[in-house]
Design a protein around this ligand. Sequence first.
Ligand SMILES: Cc1cc2nc3c(=O)[nH]c(=O)nc-3n(C[C@H](O)[C@H](O)[C@H](O)COP(=O)(O)O)c2cc1C
Length: 368
Amino acid sequence: MSLYSLTKPLLFRLDAESAHRLVMAIWSAAMRLPGAGLATTLLRVEHPILQTTIAGMHFSNPLGLAAGFDKNGRYIQALARLGFGYLELGTVTPRPQAGNPQPRLFRLVEDRALINRMGFNNQGAEALAARLRQTPRVVPLGVNIGKNRDTPADTAVDDYLACFRLLAPLASYIAVNVSSPNTPGLRSLQQAEPLAQLLSALLSARRDLAGQASAPTPAIFVKLSPDETPASLDAALTVISAAGIDGIIVTNTTTERPTSLRSSRHMEAGGLSGAPLRERATAVVRYLSSSLGGRLPIIGVGGIDGPQAAYERILAGASLLQLYTALIYEGPGLVAAILRGLAQLLERDGFSSVAEAVGAGVDTKAKV
Ligand SMILES: Cc1cc2nc3c(=O)[nH]c(=O)nc-3n(C[C@H](O)[C@H](O)[C@H](O)COP(=O)(O)O)c2cc1C
């Protein structure tokens, strides 16, 4: 029995947001103790089969932390010690904002799920940039960007540009979040016309950055919602491909409430994540993968909670993976457990790398 499973009943008596803060404060403090590096070598799974290169970035393994867990980049070193291949920080907005009133994060324990309506509570792009300037890079760091709640739709592009200009020189990749359900109007930026305008502005800002000889330029990924129809996914894909974006992250949380949910909290407003999202998120990966035919990498996220789920997402077409909710239920040993199990599954089926298995389970007529 792990230390986490012993402390979980106590933690779960706290409200979900306080428990998150407490665990991260303890873990960060523990990681500063002498000997912490040695102790966490157990959590590091190094296996050549797990190494992969996506959009010019090298990853020692394909499993990353999803956005929302460390919005302000406060726990980068401590989270990297869990064995993640990369971390996605944010979502940040240009100006700091408080987010929605609490409570705004709910555990659906019977469903191994969470509902959140955080509403982009964050300290702002400048605070994250300041932390990143002082942080040594141990794993690739993505930065997820969005717009402030009170920014009107017709100037949303300016918010993304402000975040991009500040954070792009400090990030391995920028994730363009047009899919969180908790900022009114944000998801409409997935529609073809506003999406085309937003992406063309960001790509032009990246070209400007590339023009300044010393500045490194990050990859740009777009993060989509699981609640789009096939027609709107097709339209978004056309725009994304034409714009020259480097990858697609699928999926964000869902506003759907599957009838299978058992927890009393299941009708709380917000985005649902965790096990009940798994099937839908996998279907979206499979659908995009069959449309894309390998032209763009897909980053799969939603309900990944073990080696089998991770492997299935890769077979469905994901080149990289992310998770959030399962970490709350399974604890810090989960990352190493997934990576060990994933390496075994790949070997069992005769693959010599993650890349070789990507999309190996996709039939060409995948439905969503
Ligand atoms: C509490 C919470 C906060 C989140 N905040 C963000 C966010 O700020 N930006 C974002 O793009 N996704 C955010 N997400 C969505 C996750 O990044 C992920 O897409 C989703 O939870 C599905 O993965 P999971 O089932 O492994 O949790 C958040 C999720 C949770 C549970």
